[in-house]
Design a protein around this ligand. Structure first.
Ligand code: DAH
Length: 347
């Protein structure tokens, strides 16, 4: 069915691009697409080759295609007719319909990303970036993951270049497993006060399922200055949750462990699907985890040349997919990367 659907989409694009300024071209459009021997009729003949459970959906797509073609034919006919009349010295008819362009929609992850940026920009966060290909030092060691420490295994890593045994593992080259690596790059080149968001793609060597993917997106937040405390972290994420999910959203902090923060907390919000009553998405707890967070570990500040006696900071990291799933009640992560227009058109 995928193959047939892509034929339909391709044909829609062709139809929308088709230009005709003469009657001959209009006839050509008719015979190519809407005539008895045209391409759309041929696609209708393919219905029987589609699996029975997909036939209804495919039929609906074909009807949509047919309507688009008929509408285009009507518009082209009107334009050519008006042109012929204009040729006979009538003024151009300015009330003629325009040829509509095919409008796409903005991908839900891009919409969520934009909303997150908007919320944090208003409270003074800038944006920072770094590369997706990283070395072990920035992805792990500088973030206070000791060499050979089991915490490294919390994140299954795609290695690009592993140095020979006995060599320093800090120079292994890998795909970043989290955007926390950008914190390091930022603090190495900029001194406090720092208030920044770091957004981008991250990679984990995991089997793809409805809840996990080998590629996803994270937003990292970092705030380092004099006298930054845990209360600032709490209030910032509380503000975010209310702005993102609505003012009735409740937030809770659960003690957790990350090598790069101390103390660390995981942040849950009330499940938007069951409104906290309990459902299979929140595993009947009424809460869904949206972020990891904590006070930046003094070792991390020192690794970046920042005086940990003078400065403190908080950091958080959350998945854009997770936030989007919660906001739009999407139950399968794979939908984000399948490019199925029936899904994307809903946003
Ligand atoms: N990097 C963590 C992960 O990918 C998420 C995270 C947790 C980021 C705590 C943070 C933080 O900045 O403070 O699982």
């Amino acid at each position: 069915m995928q193959e047939q659907l892509s034929q339909v989409n391709q044909m829609i694009a062709e139809i929308q691009d088709f230009q005709a300024d003469t009657k001959d071209k209009l006839e050509l459009f008719k015979s190519n697409y809407i005539g008895k021997k045209g391409a759309i009729t041929a696609l209708f003949d393919q219905i029987k080759e589609v699996a029975p459970e997909s036939r209804k959906a495919f039929g609906m797509e074909l009807n949509r295609l047919k309507e688009i073609a008929q509408e285009k034919f009507k518009i082209l006919s009107e334009i050519i007719e008006a042109k012929n009349e204009a040729g006979s010295s009538k003024p151009t008819d300015l009330t003629l319909p325009f040829i509509p362009n095919a409008l796409g929609s903005i991908h839900p992850l891009v919409q969520t990303r934009a909303r997150i940026v908007e919320i944090f920009e208003r409270i003074g966060f800038t944006q920072s970036e770094a590369t997706e290909i990283e070395d072990d030092y920035h992805n792990f060691t500088a973030l206070n993951f000791p060499p050979n420490h089991p915490a490294r295994e919390m994140q299954d890593t795609f290695f690009i270049e592993k140095k020979q045994a006995g060599n320093d593992e800090q120079s292994d080259i890998l795909l970043r497993t989290h955007t926390s690596s950008v914190q390091i790059r930022l603090m190495q080149k900029q001194k406090p006060p720092i208030r920044s968001l770091m957004i981008g793609r991250v990679y984990r060597n995991e089997a793809i399922s409805a809840r996990a993917h080998c590629l996803f997106h994270q937003v990292e937040g970092l705030y380092v200055d004099e006298k930054v405390g845990f209360a600032d972290l709490k209030q910032t994420l509380y503000h975010f949750a209310k702005e993102m999910f609505g003012k009735d959203t409740k937030v809770r902090y659960r003690p957790s462990y990350f090598p790069f923060t101390e103390p660390s907390a995981e942040i849950d919000v009330t499940c938007l699907i069951c409104k906290g009553k309990g459902c299979n998405v929140c595993k009947y707890s009424g809460w869904v985890e949206i972020a990891g967070s904590g006070m930046v570990h003094p070792n991390v500040l020192e690794n970046c040349g920042i005086d940990s006696e003078k400065y403190t900071g908080f950091a958080f990291g959350m998945g854009i997919e997770r936030v989007t799933m919660l906001k739009y009640q999407i139950k399968d992560l794979r939908l984000f990367t399948e490019n199925d227009v029936r899904f994307l058109r809903q946003f």
